[in-house]
Design a protein around this ligand. Structure first.
Ligand code: SAH
Length: 484
């Protein structure tokens, strides 16, 4: 096919879709152009930036026909920041797109059949009708939903004032400008709990007052690399983590005192040392500078201890929705044996344990497993046990030891389930598999494997855990055909 556009051309483009990264997918003379900020149904005048063999990138110059779903992004830094991608799309538009994205992945990657009109379903559905993909469960108030913030620290050089020579370096912290590692200072992030914004703002001003140096990615010098804050939505307790390039924090006592004075809700101040030249935020060494090693939070009246390095879902309100759905799909009556693979600090495991006979959780991070055990005890839950290790190694061993699950719940990271784990599931043949996924493409791939092994995907519930971003969470119910 010949390429009908060249660099710097200005073309009229009709937008027909959105990529999984939130860019508009346009067609100009049948040629595909990706255009940041354009929405499906729109017509834009765009300037071609880059042309490859079968597609290109263009910049929106003028919005000729706007989508009825287009809204003004409420955040002033939306265009510079890479954090949110969909603020220009109405919230109902986002929810619709997220469901459709799940459907597209199931069909294209999983080669699965999705039922047509969801509304005509009366709950009872059969194989011929295909998988029911429910409308995305959204939030009533889709702002300030995040419990965790992590900001990179750097410097800017202010413009020199009249009469003085060169500009002065100032410590800043915020976000990386879209597609780069340039840090832009930030005072408020509309998807963060406001305590997180306030605490980070104060930590930055303390750092400036005490003359603490900011880490420089290029030279590898400077002390403060990142500030992480996590707040329990139910308890209000907060943890501050200072990630430093070196052991010693000058005037650390004053630092602690200032944070405590300003925020009595801070129950834990932690240092993590990372001296490596890497993008990875955390180093291996974590120590408590003041207060407790953990903070507490509650989900649906279960209490959780959360340490600095543990995975804990970032949107607690929607997490409860997600976990309730997972428990519903598990179909528990009180006697079942359940395996929770990729269990983190045991959150889903403890939701399940309230309704099951016995729950076994497995997770690769040993600190998270320590938290999981502590969390079970904290809630007086005696029918859940936890083991640290890779799910694909531990579960086959459980099988040899004679554990026979009725339900296996998996909640893997973005790359999906390990093949060996899927094989083990097919060998163990639990009646139900509940698959919680943060990545529709690996979900679709794994569902295909389970379908080929004798499971039927019955229904899928997308849950919006990350409003205004392109991230999509879903929970799926699979039933082994022998049990139907
Ligand atoms: N279910 C938990 C955690 C989900 S995140 C919750 O909802 O909070 C996925 C988890 O899988 C992380 O805690 C990660 O550490 C863990 N993990 C990654 N690879 C793993 C593996 N091969 N085996 C077991 N756990 C793994």
């Amino acid at each position: 096919m010949s390429v009908p556009v060249t660099k710097n051309d200005e073309v009229m483009v009709d937008i027909v879709g959105l990529t999984h990264e939130g860019e508009g997918v346009g067609r100009a003379d049948g040629f595909t152009l990706f255009i940041q900020g354009a929405l499906p149904g729109e017509r834009v005048r765009a300037k071609v930036l880059k042309v490859k063999k079968t597609y290109g990138y263009a910049k929106m110059m003028e919005l000729v026909v706007a989508s009825p779903d287009r809204v003004e992004a409420p955040c002033g830094i939306f265009k510079q920041c890479g954090g949110c991608q969909l603020q220009h799309l109405s919230y109902s538009g986002q929810l619709g797109w997220k469901r459709q994205h799940v459907v597209d992945n199931l069909e294209r990657i999983g080669k699965l059949r999705v039922a047509g009109a969801v509304d005509s379903m009366d709950g009872e559905q059969n194989e011929e009708q295909g998988i029911v993909v429910h409308p995305t469960i959204g939030m009533d108030e889709p702002w300030r939903y995040r419990n965790k913030a992590s900001v990179p620290i750097g410097t800017v050089v202010d413009a020199p004032s009249a009469g003085s020579g060169s500009g002065k370096e100032r410590l800043i912290g915020g976000f990386y400008a879209h597609g780069s590692h340039r840090i832009i200072d930030m005072e408020a992030c509309l998807i963060q709990h406001s305590d997180n914004d306030d605490i980070i703002g104060t930590v930055k001003s303390i750092a400036r007052e005490l003359g603490v140096s900011a880490y420089n990615e290029e030279t590898g010098r400077g002390l403060l690399r990142h500030v992480m804050v996590r707040v329990g939505f139910v308890t209000g307790e907060a943890m501050v983590v200072l990630i430093t390039n070196g052991q010693r924090i000058p005037q650390v006592e004053r630092w602690i005192e200032r944070i405590r004075e300003a925020f009595p809700s801070v129950k834990s101040i932690v240092q993590n040392v990372n001296t490596r030249k890497t993008n990875v935020i955390f180093g291996d060494e974590t120590r408590v500078l003041w207060g407790s090693e953990v903070i507490y939070d509650e989900l649906d009246e279960i209490r959780f201890a959360i340490s600095a390095r543990s995975f804990y879902q970032v949107n607690p309100l929607q997490t409860v929705e997600l976990y309730r759905k997972a428990v519903e799909y598990a179909g528990l009556t009180g006697s079942e044996t359940v395996i929770d693979a990729y269990c983190g600090i045991g959150t889903i495991s403890l939701f399940l344990a309230r309704r099951a006979g016995r729950v076994y959780g497995v997770e690769i991070v040993p600190e998270a497993i320590e938290d999981a055990g502590r969390n079970a005890a904290l809630n007086g839950i005696g029918n859940a046990s936890f083991e640290a290790g890779a799910a694909e190694i531990v579960i086959p061993r459980w099988r040899k030891e004679g554990i026979v699950p009725d339900v296996i719940v998996v909640d893997p990271p973005r790359k999906g389930c390990d093949e060996a784990l899927l094989e083990t599931i097919l060998a163990m043949k639990p009646e139900r598999v509940v698959y919680v996924s943060c990545n529709p493409s690996t979900l679709a791939r794994d569902l295909r494997v389970l379908e080929d092994g004798g499971y039927r995907t019955v229904e899928v519930q997308p849950v919006d855990m990350f409003p205004h971003t392109v991230h999509i969470e879903s929970v799926c119910l699979l039933i082994y055909k022998g049990f139907e």
